[in-house]
Design a binder for this molecule. Structure first.
Ligand SMILES: C[S@@+](CC[C@H](N)C(=O)[O-])C[C@H]1O[C@@H](n2cnc3c(N)ncnc32)[C@H](O)[C@@H]1O
Length: 365
């Protein structure tokens, strides 16, 4: 795996977090390099960065004040890891997508897969923009569509594209529109007589995912299962369903994406709910949960990868009490039951349809 890159004559090491066995994956793309090239001669006071997943901009722009807008717990870990690896200052100014930013002079974006998240970034920039605000958004051409241009034109008068370089290109946005655009970028929908809200970019916008619907149609929680973890909780629908079955159940929701966690906090008002933004379960005690429920992730931006999920399953095994259960729903083709059989003695497919399987595992004492 390539981990070295030369920027302005200096060698920088960038590694992925979490680590991957896929040697074709790097911790940066040509899109971020093209952005660096474009801003090289610019004299700016302050830079805001968006969707810098592994910290290339934190590591290369050390001589300038950078504010990093973070979305994923794993992103913060990757940035800190790479700063340390290069003996650079680990003091990063972090803000979330829901914070009000200081004046934005120059914003750098690695265009995310989610068009909604891209719009959320632009709206946040627009709210703190000044006349000379410039946005430089890098993307790999194969992932780009005209919809990104349309969203950009909602917030900026000038929307230009650069020439392509090594299959990457830039979108350069100037002259923020003078109208104020205050619409809250939240999707609201009804499901089974309940209202759900979720910030733009959170999984399954506009409705409850059909895999999750299938899961909740067939799921049963036993009366003695009172400590439940909703792993990869998204908008919190699974945990909310659990508290509706038994209001005394203590539910913990874990998701890597801070906007997912913030959405679940809106959807779940139970006093017995705990919300955690994390990409793993290392901070949870061993043998502490009766049940773990999940519709686990397998897409990471444009990558399809189950390595993260398989490592989460190991964590799940550890934190389950003896005789505790992991019950999950997943696309049938992912064949999780084979992987889970290596960890759990008892693994059963308790329901399936053409697309999804519900798999239940028991941690035998
Ligand atoms: C398939 S969605 C399920 C969301 C929700 N449970 C539902 O049913 O609508 C998977 C979720 O996993 C989250 N995720 C991705 N990687 C994660 C990780 N390492 N740890 C925890 N959550 C993760 C994503 O942010 C996403 O919200």
């Amino acid at each position: 795996m390539e981990t070295k890159l030369i920027y302005q004559g200096k060698e920088i090491q960038l590694k992925r977090y979490p680590i991957t066995a896929d040697k074709s994956l790097r911790a940066w793309s040509n899109a971020e390099l093209l952005v660096l090239d474009y801003i090289e001669d610019k004299k700016v006071g302050k830079i805001h960065t968006f969707n810098d997943r592994f910290g290339i901009w934190n590591c290369t722009l050390q001589n300038q004040p950078v504010t990093t807008i973070w979305n994923y717990a794993s992103q913060q870990k990757a940035i800190q890891q790479n700063l340390k690896l290069n003996n650079l200052s680990e003091n990063v100014v972090y803000k979330t997508s829901l914070d009000v930013l200081d004046e934005v002079e120059l914003a750098l974006i690695k265009v995310p897969k989610s068009l909604e998240l891209f719009e959320l970034f632009l709206q946040q920039i627009h709210k703190s923009s000044i006349a000379k605000t410039e946005v430089v958004a890098g993307f790999m051409t194969k992932y780009f569509s005209a919809s990104y241009l349309k969203v950009a034109a909602k917030y900026f008068e000038i929307v230009e594209q650069s020439k392509a370089w090594k299959k990457a290109r830039l979108l350069i946005l100037k002259q923020p529109k003078t109208i104020s655009i205050d619409e809250e970028l939240i999707n609201t929908f009804q499901w089974r007589d309940n209202e759900y809200k979720q910030y733009y970019g959170v999984f399954s916008s506009g409705n409850i995912d059909i895999g999750t619907q299938f899961f909740l149609e067939h799921l049963q929680i036993h009366p003695n299962e009172t400590k439940v973890l909703d792993l990869a909780s998204g908008n919190g629908v699974i945990a909310r369903w659990v508290t509706e079955q038994n209001s005394k159940t203590e539910v913990t929701l874990v998701d890597d994406f801070n906007l997912a966690v913030a959405s679940s906090e809106i959807n779940l008002k139970s006093k017995k709910a705990h919300f955690v933004c994390s990409d793993n379960l290392v901070d949870f005690e061993s043998s502490s949960f009766d049940v773990v429920l999940s519709n686990p992730p397998f897409h990471f931006e444009h990558e399809n990868n189950i390595e993260v999920t398989l490592s989460l399953f190991k964590d799940v095994f550890r934190i389950l009490k003896p005789n505790g259960r992991l019950v999950l729903v997943a696309n049938t083709h992912l064949n999780y039951s084979t992987h889970l059989s290596r960890l759990f003695k008892e693994v059963a497919i308790i329901k399936q349809n053409k697309k999804f399987q519900i798999v239940a595992c028991i941690k035998k004492a």
